[in-house]
Every structure is written in structure tokens, then in C-alpha cells.
Design a protein. Structure first.
Length: 185
């Protein structure tokens, strides 16, 4: 945490396939849920981008840490129900290039959505959600997980956010984006 606070977080970036990382992490967490006899179903749906490697340049262990933390929170707040993980592709992140020929100077990004059917978030929670040492009452933990996730995602050039009460009126969706790796031309 002190490295994050001092802008000294070191990332060991490499090209990784986000589909493989997500799939592997979900499988590991799914085994934990089964062994704890919870009635939570984790559904990983990458049908938006079928048969395509999603290559990003990232610190693999840090991305696994973010995925694990967000899924762990979803499981913690979903006594029974479903957690859906969806991937989408967007035109998204401003890459800062001065592009006078094209009107579009945004790199493609991958957005990962983790949607649960838990109790949702109290509206008083939102302003503090990604703050250091903020924990919802009775949730346990140090209140650092989402703060660390935010720092990791932003260090990778992405963004992270949450939405309360899904279409069915319950649960929350946590989303984060990462820039899609682009070969130099």
C-alpha cells in the first residue's frame, strides 16, 4: 500500500491473454465456492468475443489480484444466487496521440463486468467505495481491497467503477477496463 501511496507501484508487464487469466481465476474461485457449500453459481461468458485471444500488456499477478478481489467481494455479498462475468470490447481509452487525420484517437479497451445477485450497495457507500480503509459495516476486511484494485487498474491505464441494483432490482455490478494491446505499426 505504501508503494501505491507513493506512486512507486512496480508493474511487471508482459503480453498476456486475458481470456486465459479470467478463465483460470474463475475456475480457482469456483472450486472455493463449491468447497464452502455456498449456493452461488459463477457464470463466465465471453461470447461477445468468441474464439479470440484478448491480448493485453499487463502485470499478470496484479490482474489476477484484481479479478480475485472483485469476485471474492461478490461472493461475500451473495448468500445464494448467481455471479455473471461478462467481457465486452469498447472504443474507449484516450491514448493521447495527436491524430489530425482521424477523428478517433481512442485505443480499444476490454471491459470486464462482474454482476452479482446479492444485497446490493447502500447509496451512502458509493462515494467511499474505492477509498482507503473503507469497509461496509459488518463486512469484515481492512477496507483496502477495492482501493488496491483501483490503483492497479489505473496503473495499467484502465478505469474501475460500480453500479448498484441491476435490472432485477438486486445486486451490484463492478466493472473495470484495460487497454487492448496494439502492435506498433
Amino acid at each position: 500500500m505504501s508503494k501505491i501511496d507513493n506512486n512507486a507501484l512496480v508493474l511487471y508487464k508482459e503480453r498476456i491473454n486475458l481470456n486465459e487469466v479470467l478463465s483460470s481465476t474463475v475456475d480457482d474461485i469456483r472450486e472455493n465456492v463449491i468447497s464452502d457449500n455456498k449456493k452461488v453459481n459463477i457464470v463466465y461468458n465471453n461470447s461477445v468475443i468468441v474464439d479470440k485471444d484478448l491480448i493485453i500488456e499487463a502485470d499478470k499477478q496484479r490482474i489476477i489480484q484484481v479479478i480475485f478481489n472483485i469476485l471474492d467481494n461478490a461472493i461475500k455479498f451473495t448468500k445464494e444466487g448467481t455471479i455473471n462475468i461478462n467481457i465486452e470490447k469498447s472504443g474507449g481509452i484516450d491514448n493521447g496521440k495527436d491524430d489530425t487525420v482521424s477523428n478517433n484517437n481512442k485505443s480499444e479497451e476490454i471491459i470486464i463486468n462482474v454482476k452479482d445477485t446479492g444485497k446490493g450497495l447502500d447509496s451512502r457507500t458509493f462515494p467511499h467505495l474505492f477509498s482507503k480503509f473503507f469497509s461496509t459495516s459488518g463486512a469484515g476486511g481492512t477496507g483496502l481491497g477495492l482501493y488496491i484494485c483501483k490503483s492497479i487498474i489505473e496503473a495499467h491505464g484502465g478505469r474501475i467503477w460500480a453500479k448498484n441494483n441491476n435490472e432485477e432490482g438486486k445486486g451490484a455490478t463492478f466493472s473495470f477496463s484495460l487497454p487492448l494491446y496494439e502492435e506498433e505499426q
